[in-house]
Design a protein around this ligand. Structure first.
Ligand SMILES: *Cc1c(COP(=O)(O)O)cnc(C)c1O
Length: 373
């Protein structure tokens, strides 16, 4: 079977985790501190990194730290994982689904503009399929309208924008290290920012709001006398997760990134002359693709899906537009581009164990199925 996505671990990863398992404390400790420091060095740009237990928790705490609360509104593309919507809603604020651009699958600023109100407080662009698009235009829009920006960069770990690493600039940037992302910590996430207030708030909020407990935990201790002034959660990362994350980060540039880049390129080459298939715009020089979504434009998506399934090849759909979900609007108001894409989208296998032969085989099946009248 060819999996859609996969956690690909090495002997070095196993050993890194094994070392931590033999220590006397498995919770949040010095390993998390090291992972945060190494992430900050990798991303660069004088940012601070705070690790948490999921990407969703990173988005939630970032949203809380910029002060989002009941009554506030956040503009967000409908075409994202439900995690982004739930993270906003968890603060009491309302995610306002906006339409996306058909060429990129990214937030469409005309749609966002039309949904601005007095209550709009933030913009959450999502780097769909790891492509940040014209990120500057999002920041310009935010500045013009006095909005904070939280980048959902769950797909975009290790990507560049105009030569700069995603996370090294901007307002608040959130990554995910769940099992199938560009690097994994088992589960995990990170809030990355230069805003010291956000850093301090997220550090406390990940440990139930216990003030300065992060510093004690980094030393392998914990606070016994403390105050709590804000709502907090049990969202910290464990040393086990951090050990895996550190090992994956070490392997990223050499082992993990090149395969993703190469295989996405192979898909593009193999499908480029296929008229019924449209590929999303991207920047192969700067993007490390987490997923490989394609658009099947002649209504034969189900046939293709089934043909691949018969050949034991998994596919996916990224994503059900959130405005179609009961909790976020049940399809009202309409967002035509997101709905059109939903009918066409199919995601093909992409992970560090996919081979060029597999990509060729997958594309051949797609081609044959589309030719069949
Ligand atoms: C994976 C993902 C998240 C959430 O990350 P988790 O670590 O799985 O909680 C958020 N947004 C997008 C677009 C994602 O793909």
């Amino acid at each position: 079977m060819i999996r859609l996505s996969k956690s690909v671990l090495s002997e070095a990863d196993f050993q890194a985790v094994d070392q931590v398992l033999r220590r006397e404390f498995l919770g949040m400790g010095p390993e998390v501190r090291e992972f945060e420091n190494e992430l900050a060095t990798y991303i660069s740009g004088d940012v601070q990194v705070v690790c948490v237990n999921t990407g969703t928790a990173a988005l939630h705490l970032a949203a809380q730290a910029i002060g989002l609360k009941t009554g506030d509104e956040v503009l967000i593309p409908s075409l994202t994982y439900v995690a982004s919507f739930q993270a906003i809603q968890a603060t009491g604020a309302t995610p306002i689904p906006c339409d996306v651009n058909l060429e990129t699958g990214l937030l469409d600023l005309d749609s966002a503009q039309s949904k601005l109100t007095r209550n709009t407080k933030a913009l959450m662009p999502v780097h769909y399929a790891s492509y940040p698009g014209d990120l500057n235009s999002y920041y310009q829009f935010a500045e013009k309208h006095g909005l904070r920006v939280i980048e959902d960069a769950a797909h975009a770990f290790g990507c560049l924008y105009r030569g700069l690493r995603i996370g090294s600039f901007g307002d608040v940037v959130c990554f995910s290290f769940d099992g199938i992302k560009n690097i994994t910590a088992g589960e995990g996430g990170a809030v990355v920012t230069k805003d010291r207030t956000v850093v301090e708030k997220v550090k406390d909020a990940r440990l139930l709001g216990v003030q300065n407990d992060s510093e004690a935990r980094y030393r392998g201790e914990r606070s016994w006398s403390f105050d709590v002034v804000e709502q907090g959660w049990r969202y910290h990362m464990s040393d086990i997760m951090a050990a895996l994350g550190r090992s994956q980060l070490k392997r990223f540039e050499r082992d993990l990134k090149p395969v993703r880049v190469r295989m996405a390129k192979a898909y593009r080459e193999n499908l480029s002359d296929c008229e019924q298939i449209k590929l999303f715009q991207t920047n192969p020089e700067e993007v490390v693709p987490h997923i490989m979504p394609i658009r099947i434009q002649n209504g034969k998506k189900t046939e293709v899906q089934n043909a691949l399934k018969d050949a034991d090849i998994q596919t996916g759909v990224h994503y059900v537009p959130n405005h179609l979900l009961s909790l976020f609007g049940s399809g009202r108001p309409r967002l035509p581009n997101s709905e059109l894409l939903f009918g066409e989208l199919l995601t093909l296998p992409l992970h560090p164990d996919v081979t060029e032969t597999q990509v060729k085989k997958i594309c051949e099946i797609i081609r044959t199925t589309l030719k069949r009248g």
